[in-house]
Design a protein around this ligand. Structure first.
Ligand code: ZN
Length: 461
């Protein structure tokens, strides 16, 4: 972009990006990003904690929410609504400013309009609760700061997503490593370091690499929730499968974590003990085509790494059953978990405030299937279950652990998902940390119990 235009753009009035303060109420809002009138500079009040929501804008570039919501923040949206300018994808604020600048410098070049003088900047109200966002970020960064990825150039990555399952609102959306937008809008060198950082903050188009929307990692055993949901939905909820060394499914020998052999397992034990052989046979009972249909049409997973999903599911349904050879994002896992919490109805997850009637809902499975899965997830959180070490009877929240193998890595990706409380749930959570070990250990170290308790306190008011 022309640097004069960029500077002009950066100095235009701009609406604020708002969060909720310390409660679910929209009465007390907190500014996440706003103009400091005295020094004509954008201020990011939560620093690196709100980065994946807010992004940054400055003379050198714009990304994240600042980019996504720019037509509201700059006020062009309001002008289009009022009919003052025609909505045209070609007419961006930048091209209008460019035209104006040319007109000022080249008398023969007529300005297309003066509408940039009439801009009406609007605030964007996000659903984020700032105190919870900060706490989630603090816990994740405490856990990962000082960690090193096996290639040695950057720390390991992680992300936490907390949602109000009653509304589909994101309450917290954090990722690590993160950057302080106050630092990177300061100059070319800071921006350049940022876009070329091995931490991978932005893609080649300068857009934020959002670890919630685009985790795209194997979900490991958290995917067993989908397998068992499909099994129950196919009317085979009473099926039993045998788990012992040497069991082959789809021509592949299936191994269980820590060489476990679980004997006869039903749907509940597959979730409670996280049994791979049972899950693989459950996927066989459902059938690869039906399982794929369930993923695509009910759960609406995108399956970005599968060029020919029909072939992939036929060849590898046994591994897909326990979340290998398939990828999912935190958001997609959240669709599964929140649908279970909501009695089988999925809800559109969103980060900008919406009227309840505008939030899309769709049925994924029956109420009885969701209730059964809730019971199984509760037993995973009780003694003998894979999530028990996180709770140790202090609380019992429906949960599922995941440890997903990654090619070339010594340690598995750690996943931990669930919702709380078990009856009339209010919040759901998905935690992911790259190459970390078991999901239960990660969740315990990060402190998922006090974090989710804080979310429950806030949403219970
Ligand atoms: Zn097993």
């Amino acid at each position: 972009m022309n640097s004069r235009i960029a500077a002009k753009l950066a100095s235009l009035p701009r609406g604020s990006i708002l969060a909720r303060g310390m409660s679910s109420s929209y009465k007390n809002t907190k500014v996440l990003a706003g103009q400091d009138k005295n020094i004509n500079t954008r201020i990011y009040t939560l620093g690196p904690a709100a980065w994946p929501v807010v992004g940054v804008t400055g003379p050198f570039g714009t990304t994240g929410g600042e980019s996504l919501w720019r037509s509201y923040l700059t006020g062009t949206h309001a002008l289009v609504q009022k009919g003052s300018v025609v909505e045209n994808p070609q007419i961006t604020l930048e091209t209008a400013l460019l035209s104006k600048w040319r007109a000022e410098h080249h008398p023969l070049w007529r300005a297309s309009s003066e509408w940039d003088e009439r801009l009406e900047p609007q605030d964007v109200q996000t659903t984020i609760i700032s105190s919870l966002q900060l706490e989630a970020y603090r816990r994740l960064s405490d856990y990962l700061s000082g960690s090193l990825h096996r290639n040695g150039l950057r720390p390991r990555k992680g992300a936490i997503l907390i949602v109000d399952v009653r509304t589909g609102e994101y309450l917290a959306k954090v990722q690590y490593p993160s950057v302080d937008p106050n630092m990177i809008r300061s100059g070319w060198m800071a921006w350049d370091r940022f876009v070329t950082s091995p931490n991978g903050y932005v893609d080649s188009n300068g857009q934020i690499i959002d670890l919630v929307d685009n985790t795209d990692r194997a979900p490991g055993s958290t995917a067993k929730l989908n397998t068992i949901m499909a099994l129950l939905s196919s009317g085979q909820g009473k099926a039993k499968f045998y788990c012992a060394p040497g069991i082959k499914v789809n021509g592949h020998r299936i191994n269980d974590f820590g060489d476990a052999a679980h004997g006869w397992v039903d749907a509940e034990k597959i979730i409670k003990y996280s049994c791979n052989r049972g899950a693989a046979q459950a996927a066989q009972a459902v059938g690869p085509n039906q399982l794929l249909l369930f993923y695509r049409e009910k759960l609406r997973y995108r399956l970005p790494h599968m060029p020919r999903p029909e072939d992939n599911f036929r060849a590898n349904y046994d591994k897909i059953a326990f979340g290998q050879t398939i990828s999912a994002s935190l958001k997609e896992m959240m669709t599964t978990v929140s649908a279970i919490a909501r009695g089988g109805e999925a809800i559109e997850l969103h980060v900008v405030r919406k009227r309840p009637e505008d939030v899309e809902k769709w049925r994924v499975c029956s109420q009885s299937t969701a209730s059964a899965l809730t019971r199984y997830m509760v037993s995973a959180a009780k003694p003998g279950g894979t999530a028990y070490s996180v709770y140790e009877n202090k609380v019992v929240w429906p949960s599922k652990t995941g440890s997903a193998e990654v090619a070339g890595a010594k340690k598995t990706d750690a996943w931990f998902v669930g919702f709380a409380p078990a009856d009339n749930p209010r919040v759901a959570f998905v935690l992911w940390v790259e190459e970390d070990g078991t999901g239960s250990n990660m969740a315990k170290q990060i402190g998922v119990v006090p974090l989710v308790q804080q979310a429950l306190d806030i949403t219970g008011k």
